[in-house]
Design a protein around this ligand. Structure first.
Ligand code: BEZ
Ligand code: FE
Length: 278
């Protein structure tokens, strides 16, 4: 195996994987090598461009911390996160569609009784959120757990405010005996994903903006049902058709209705996919 060239290298690398004990790993790595090599051949990748790509990935690593995950952002803006969601959450008609998880969920958010206000000091216009969790057969899902999080009027999640030591605009609720939930929060606003790092520079170089349309995040869990990771989007948002991370689905768009007292009301019902018994 000598004198490998641009045509024979790919086969040589794949042959080196032949003894891999994990068949799935081998399948994934074979395909990755195949596509990477084809990509390099297709664009006639120069050494300077390859060095630039390595420098970019190195910078993604350096800026990544417990608070900042640049590789997830990269996957998001390349559409890979949403593609993975689409591949893994094909559901029967009528089920609420899934969308991207994003980097701003926090494990162990505060638990609140139904009706509580999760804003907890977050800046924003008050908003009431309510709805029902059902199964695809129409049955209510009593006791479904709803983990909710959103950004504030400045377009920032609580974890993006340096020094803030308590949860804001996030919390966990348990639906009542008929699957119903309601809570208070603040009006969801569009926001820019973190773009002060390499991924932001990439977006700029590509002539792309970093904005996401206004949304509320939900992670809904109930025994016997597939866990649902989704958003509810605001119908009047200017970024619905150009979400920086490609997460919008028509079925997840709702009306945030202005109320006489200046607050807003949004109602949304979730439909969960039962997992087969056994
Ligand atoms: C979010 O919706 O929180 C989010 C998703 C992807 C990238 C950045 C933020
Ligand atoms: Fe978000």
């Amino acid at each position: 195996m000598r004198n490998l060239d641009a045509d024979t290298l790919t086969t040589a690398v794949l042959a080196r994987h032949a003894q891999a004990p994990d068949a799935r790993l081998r399948q994934i790595m074979d395909s990755l090598v195949h596509h990477l090599h084809d990509f390099a051949r297709e664009v006639s990748l120069t050494e300077a461009e390859w060095e630039q790509a390595i420098a970019f990935l190195t910078e993604c690593g350096h800026i990544t911390s417990d608070q900042r995950q640049e590789f997830i952002l990269l996957s998001d803006v390349l559409g890979l996160s949403m593609l993975t969601v689409a591949l893994n959450h094909r559901k029967p008609a009528g089920c609420t569609e899934a969308t991207v998880f994003g980097p701003f969920h926090v494990d162990g958010a505060p638990r609140y009784p139904l009706g509580a206000d999760i804003a907890n000091g977050a800046r924003g216009v008050p908003c009431l959120v309510r709805g029902t969790v059902r199964g695809v057969g129409g049955e209510p899902v009593p006791g479904a757990q709803l983990d909710v999080w959103q950004s504030d009027a400045d377009g920032l999640y609580d974890v993006q405010h340096p020094g803030l030591d308590h949860a804001q605009a996030r919390g966990i609720f348990t639906a009542d005996g008929e699957g119903r939930f309601h809570f208070r929060s603040i009006l969801a606003m569009p926001y820019a994903i973190p773009h002060d790092g390499p991924v932001g520079r990439l977006l700029q170089a590509l002539g792309r903006h970093p904005w996401r349309p206004a949304h509320l995040h939900f992670l809904i869990e109930a025994p016997g049902y597939e866990t649902l990771t989704t958003h509810v989007f605001r119908r009047d948002d200017p970024y619905l058709d150009s979400d920086a991370v490609f997460g919008v689905r028509q079925s997840l768009i709702a009306d945030w209705r202005p109320q006489p007292d200046g607050s807003y009301l949004v109602e949304f019902d979730f439909v969960l996919n039962p997992v087969p018994a056994g």
